[in-house]
Structure formats: structure tokens, C-alpha cells
Design a protein around this ligand. Structure first.
Ligand code: HAM
Length: 438
């Protein structure tokens, strides 16, 4: 056991964050907050209410919904037995927990329910750029409407959000997996396609073939790739109702001016999908590798059977989740960091006047203005350095002269977007208004 207390044992051992789990720190945290703020504003406007469900859920919830033979459930879950001898899992995704809460609290009695969530998910994955073991999703789920306009509203929200935060080169990929009733015919064709090759398969692939053939389509095994490429496409096996629904989705997307490409190989790696599936994929110009191979920034689709499978009534549903870590990487690569900069930095003098200066800073902060000072005080030159490091727009000394005259001399700091060196005299009484106008 390691010992962080410094008392006995290996007291000086240094700890690092668990592999695949990141500290989110300043200044990058500003980008996270920007994404979260924009989401709360926008998702609320679109009629989605926030829900916060626990990190831990009954393991069976994910086995039953995401599917036993998926990578997520078979390889990637953080599952353990708690002190009450229950098997619990740190949520690898939040569609199933949201449905669990939706049913548990009687929301299924409402005609339509729209929810969003923001928070950490956990998957024990092989790490690389944009793929972590603790990562953050922004998701939106709509229950109760099977109409194509609900699919499109949900997709349009994802599209609008990605546009609002300013990411570029993101393409919407769209497919339909048909209804449960269409699945047997497709599975039969898929089995016939793979069957002759099964003797040469790895043990894992043989197992997937037997237990959930469709999941071979998202296998990461290189050797399977040509076979997967040549496999029958689910879109060719849609029943009449699912085909009509898909046509309506495409037509409505066009009406809203949302471009998409139909991607017949888009089956998604979770078992609960029916009909529409979609992903927004970052497809940058050559040479850009901000996301490496982790280019999918959003994935979702319809899951019309899940509510019933989890013990509820017949309630169609559709939703998506975005990977916030990936969106942060994209915005950082574009150099978009919405920084919170002090408008004014007040240099304080040591002694009795310091209290007056701190009082002024506090009053301006209470008025909602971003104003700062250095509690260490000291030489004015050093305080200017501190103000510059914080990228403050104006700098002012609060000394005896300023106190007597009740006037500050505000100096624009030497910043690219400023007016360096410019000085303005502003009376203390009018300071708040003056700052507000800047
Ligand atoms: P998913 O495709 O597994 O879908 O994940 C959605 C998004 O989460 C991915 O497109 C990606 O951006 C991000 N993501 C997934 N795994 C990682 C990781 N290890 N590191 C960083 N980002 C990651 C779902 O989770 C479904 N629940 C989406 C949904 C909602 N379907 C219907 N409603």
C-alpha cells in the first residue's frame, strides 16, 4: 500500500493520476466551461431538461441494454462487487441509466420527455489521443415520439451545437438499421457471408460470430477488415415501415439544410439501436491530426425497443452523446480558448491603504466585474508583471495620491488587442460604469 500521509512507509512517494484519467486544469478548463455553458443554454432552449444520474449502476443494466457481446460490456467496464455483495459498474454510457431513471420515476406516463446530461463515463479502453478511460459526454435523449421529425430534431440539435461552438470539418453520417422484425433476415445473410471463413477466425471472432454476428461489423481485428467491407449491408434489408421512416428522416434533414452522407456501414457498437443511426465525424483537411483516429465526436440513434426491454411500456426513443474531450481538443487545435481575463488589475500599497484597495476590488467584483490584485503586494513593477501574466486589460495603482484624489490612472497593458500605454483618469465614483462600458 502506498502512503500519502508522510508518516511511515514510503512517505515520499509521488502520486500520479490513474492511467487514462485526466486532470482538467486552467487554462484549458475555460474551454470545458465554454462547452458546458453553451450546452446548458442551447439544450434548454430546445426543450431538453438536465438529468444527473449516479456514476454507479447495477451491472445488469448495461449487460441487458448495451449488450453482452459488445466491446463495452465484454472488455471495457469498470465493474466491482461492493461491500453489500452487489455487482456494480461505473457507467460506460448514459442512455441506459437515463432510461432506468425515466422508468423508476414515472416519466413514462408523460407523452414526450426530453432530457440532456453532462458528465463522466468510464471505459477501460486502449488509450490514445481522444480516447480515455474517464471521458465526458454531453448527451440528449427524447422519449415518446417515433416520428421522423423527432429523429431530425435530435440530430439538428447536435448539428446546431457543433456549429455554435465553432468546430469545422465535421460530417454527419447516417444509416438505418431497420426494425427488430427486419433483423432476422439480415442476420441470416450476414451469417451466410461469414460462415465459410469462421474456421480461420480468432477465438474471439468465432465467439462473436456465434453469439452476436452483427458485432463482427465493428470488430477492430485487422484480418477481418476485407470480409467486413464485403459484408451485406443492413440498409438493403429494411422493412417497408423502416424504409419509409428513413426516407422521411433524409427528406426532413434536407428541408432543414443539414447536409449528410448515407453510410451503409454505420452500425454503431451498442446493441440497442433500431432504425436511424448517426455519427458526426471529424474529417479534416490532409495533415491535420488533432484527433488522430478518434474522429467521431458524436454518436447516436433511435432505440425504440429499449424502454420495453428494461421493463417499461412501449416508448420509442432517440438520442445522441458527444465526446467533450474530443471537442476540447478540436477547439484547442483551432486556437479557440475563451479566456476569462481581468478587466482591471489593481496594484496595492503595503500598509493601511491596502485595505482600501482590497475593498475597491471586492466592490467591483460584487458588481459582477472581473477585477484582480496580488495579495502579496510588493514592488509595482512586479505587480505589473503579474497583471500581464493574467492578461489584464487595464492596470492601476491604488496609492496615497489616488486615495486622496479619489481617482485612478488606468493604464492599458501591452497586449495585442489593446491600446498599449494609453492612460485614462477615472474617478472612483464612476469607475464601475466606466469599466462596464469597456
Ligand atoms: P458511443 O458512440 O459509445 O455512444 O459514445 C458517444 C461519443 O462519446 C463518441 O462518439 C465519442 O465522441 C465519445 N467517446 C466514447 N468513448 C470515448 C473514450 N474512451 N474517450 C473519449 N471519448 C469517448 C454512446 O455512448 C451512446 N450512449 C450514445 C447515444 C445516446 N445513443 C443514443 N443516445
Amino acid at each position: 500500500m502506498s502512503d500519502a500521509s508522510g508518516q511511515g512507509g514510503r512517505g515520499r512517494e509521488k502520486f500520479a493520476a490513474v492511467k487514462g484519467m485526466n486532470d482538467l486544469l486552467p487554462p484549458q478548463i475555460e474551454t470545458w466551461q465554454f462547452l458546458e455553458r453553451t450546452a446548458r443554454d442551447m439544450f434548454g432552449t430546445w426543450g431538453y431538461s438536465e438529468v444527473r444520474t449516479p456514476i454507479l449502476e447495477d451491472t445488469g443494466l448495461f449487460v441487458r441494454s448495451v449488450g453482452e457481446v459488445t466491446d463495452i460490456v465484454s472488455k471495457e467496464m469498470y465493474t466491482f462487487t461492493d461491500k453489500g455483495d452487489r455487482s456494480v459498474t461505473m457507467r460506460p454510457e448514459n442512455t441506459a441509466p437515463a432510461v432506468r431513471a425515466y422508468l423508476e420515476h414515472g416519466f413514462a406516463q408523460q407523452p414526450v420527455t426530453r432530457w440532456y446530461y453532462l458528465g463522466p463515463m468510464f471505459r477501460y479502453e486502449r488509450m490514445k489521443t481522444g480516447r480515455y478511460r474517464q471521458f465526458y459526454q454531453l448527451g440528449a435523449e427524447a422519449y415518446g415520439a417515433g416520428d421522423a421529425s423527432q429523429d431530425v430534431e435530435n440530430i439538428a440539435l447536435a448539428h446546431a451545437y457543433l456549429k455554435a461552438i465553432g468546430v469545422q470539418h465535421v460530417t454527419l453520417h447516417l444509416n438505418s438499421l431497420g426494425d427488430a422484425a427486419d433483423r432476422p433476415r439480415y442476420l441470416e445473410a450476414l451469417k451466410a457471408h461469414f460462415a465459410p471463413h469462421v474456421p480461420g477466425f480468432s477465438e474471439a471472432a468465432k465467439d462473436t460470430f456465434e453469439r452476436n454476428t452483427m458485432r463482427l461489423l465493428d470488430s477492430k481485428e485487422e484480418a477481418l477488415r476485407p470480409l467486413v467491407e464485403a459484408a451485406p449491408r443492413v440498409g438493403d434489408f429494411l422493412g417497408e415501415a423502416a424504409a419509409r421512416h428513413f426516407d422521411e428522416v433524409k427528406a426532413l434533414l434536407s428541408t432543414l439544410g443539414i447536409p449528410f452522407v448515407v453510410d451503409p456501414r454505420l452500425v454503431r457498437g451498442l446493441d440497442y439501436y433500431t432504425r436511424t443511426t448517426f455519427e458526426f465525424v471529424y474529417e479534416p483537411p490532409a495533415g491535420d491530426s488533432a484527433l488522430g483516429t478518434a474522429g467521431t465526436v458524436c454518436g447516436g440513434g433511435r432505440y425504440d425497443d429499449l424502454v420495453r426491454q428494461l421493463g417499461g411500456p412501449d416508448k420509442p426513443a432517440v438520442g445522441f452523446a458527444m465526446g467533450l474531450d474530443r471537442l476540447v481538443l478540436l477547439l484547442e487545435a483551432l486556437g479557440k480558448r475563451p479566456a476569462r481575463r481581468p478587466l482591471l488589475f489593481v496594484a496595492t500599497m503595503d500598509g493601511a491603504l491596502k485595505a482600501e484597495a482590497v475593498k475597491l476590488v471586492t466592490e467591483l467584483r460584487l458588481a459582477g466585474l472581473c477585477v484582480d490584485f496580488d495579495p502579496r503586494g510588493g514592488k509595482v513593477k512586479r505587480q505589473i508583471e503579474r497583471a500581464s501574466a493574467l492578461a489584464a486589460r487595464y492596470f492601476a495603482v491604488y496609492g496615497e495620491r489616488e486615495h486622496q484624489a479619489r481617482t485612478l490612472t488606468l493604464k492599458a497593458l501591452d497586449l495585442p488587442d489593446g491600446d498599449p500605454g494609453k492612460e485614462t483618469q477615472v474617478g472612483l465614483d464612476g469607475l464601475e460604469d466606466w469599466l462596464r462600458r469597456q
